[in-house]
Design a protein around this ligand. Sequence first.
Ligand code: URA
Length: 270
Amino acid sequence: MDSPLRAWRDTLEDLGVMGLVREPRAPAPEDPVPQPSSPSPVRPPLARPAPRPVAAAPAAYVPPSDPIGCPAPAAVAGAASLSDLHRIIQGCLACPLGPGRMKFVFGEGDPGARILFVGEGPGRDEDVQGRPFVGKAGALLDRMIGALGMTREETYVANIVKCRPPDNRTPAPDEARACLGYLRRQIELIQPAVIVTLGATPLRELVGIGEGITRMRGQWQRVKVGGREIPVMPTYHPAYVLRQYTPDVRRAVWEDLQAAKAWADRPAEA
Ligand code: URA
C-alpha cells in the first residue's frame, strides 16, 4: 500500500471507523518464520504503552469494562478459575493491541476440555463478538471438530493473543509475549490432554518452534506448562485450509486431528 493510502487507512482506524480493512490474512505455511523466541515459561508483561494520540473520540472503540491496565503476574498466577482469570485480565493494556480492540477475546469452551485448540489471534468478526473463531475459519473449525464426533463446546478454543492485531496481521513477538502468560494460565487451569496448534504462530509462540508449519504439521511436540508436559499436535490453520482446499491439505488436517483425538481419548494414567 502506498503511503497516502496507508495514512488514510491509519486515520480511519484511529477514528475507530471499522470495515475498511483487508480481509483476514492467516499465516501461510510458506511464510518465513522468525527463530523461536525464548522458551522461558515466565515472560513478564511489557510496560504499559503510552496512550496513542487520537484526533477525536473513536466511534467504534468500546473501552474495557474493567480497565485495570496491566494485571500483575501474581494476580494472573493466583486466578483460581477461568472466569476468575477472565475477570482479572479483561481490561489488559499490556501491549499495543489492547487500546485498539473492540472486545477482549478470552477463549471459550469446556473448562475441563481434553483438547485445546490454539489459534493466532482474533480477526474482525471475533473482535466484534468477543468470541474466538466465529468467522469463516471458525465455521470450518467447527466442521472439523464435528467430523471428530465432538462439538466445539466439548473442547476449548483460544488464541495466542486476545486482542485483534490491526489488519489481522500476525501478532508481533512482543505482543505474543505480553499475552502468553494468560494462555499459559488458561492451560494450567484447563489441564488439556492435548493441545492442537493451528498454523505457524501458535507453534512458534507457545512451543518455541519456528520451523514452517508445512514441515512440522503432524509431528508431535511437547510444551511444559505448570510442571506438566503436554503433547502438542501442530496442524494447519483453518484459514489456510480454506485458501488451499485441496485433498492433500484436507487429508493432512484430518490425520492430525484424528491423532490428537486418539491421544485425548486414552484413559488417564493412574
Ligand atoms: N483466526 C484465529 O487464529 N483465531 C481466531 O479466533 C479467528 C481467526
